[in-house]
Design a protein around this ligand. Structure first.
Ligand code: GLP
Length: 220
């Protein structure tokens, strides 16, 4: 059986994963790892619509550019716009990596649920091809492909930030449960390679095959 669960629409993708988040939010003090990118926007809209209680939730974002957090293209700004400013979460409970990478690594507790997107080169967070499976939170140079892919969010490719801070693959793999989401036919090839091909550092997402509680949702 394929490890990739195909759903009928982008809306259904958001609803399926929102069900998983809603269930996680019934825990006493839920701890989540959250992604950015275009893919989770539908999920975040669905979570806002459900009017859940986020007052006891703590979140840890996967990554951030080396950028002023108030910059409109920062992942801080993205998360505020799409989720945090629209739910009753305490701002102090929303954590992002910064240049003090070891401090971030040290405060990440046992995570109940980690939600991931996938880059067209197989990256998760900003763990680009070649990242060590033992990697932890650190500063990284972005891959040429990632800079091209993410240029759609900036005025020009020259404006895309070339460095970022990312959780490592080892950090992500410690999560109790992981859900990977992908939207669009252009993502299917790499998703299939990651989930059904060899486990290799050339395809960072392939490490997820070694996790015992991972779900993968895809829509085209
Ligand atoms: C960025 C993020 C990743 C995300 C990826 C996919 O590179 N660092 O965490 O998974 O974008 O983005 P999209 O969902 O827009 O395809």
């Amino acid at each position: 059986m394929s490890k990739i669960k195909k759903v009928n629409s982008y809306w259904e993708l958001g609803c399926h994963v929102a069900d998983i988040v809603e269930h996680t939010l019934t825990l006493p003090e839920p701890k989540l790892i959250l992604p950015t990118g275009s893919t989770p926007i539908g999920l975040y809209n669905e979570l806002v619509n459900r009017q859940l209680d986020w007052s006891n939730v703590t979140t840890f974002n996967l990554d951030e550019y080396i950028i002023n957090p108030n910059h409109p293209q920062s992942y801080h700004s993205f998360m505020k716009k799409h989720l945090f400013d629209r739910i009753d979460i305490y701002p102090n409970n929303c954590n992002f990596p910064d240049r003090n990478t070891q401090a971030y690594e040290d405060i990440i507790p046992e995570i109940d649920l980690c939600i991931l997107g996938i880059g067209s080169n197989g990256h998760i967070a900003f763990n680009e091809p070649g990242s060590s499976f033992d990697s932890v939170t650190r500063v990284v140079d972005l891959d040429k492909q990632t800079i091209e892919d993410n240029s759609r969010f900036f005025d020009s490719i020259d404006d895309v930030h070339k460095q970022a801070i990312t959780m490592g693959l080892k950090t992500i793999m410690k999560s109790k449960k992981i859900v990977l989401i992908a939207n669009g036919v252009h993502k299917y090839k790499i998703l299939n390679v990651a989930m059904n091909g060899g486990v290799t550092e050339k395809v960072p997402a392939s490490i997820l095959q070694e996790h015992n509680n991972v779900e993968v949702y895809y829509c085209d």
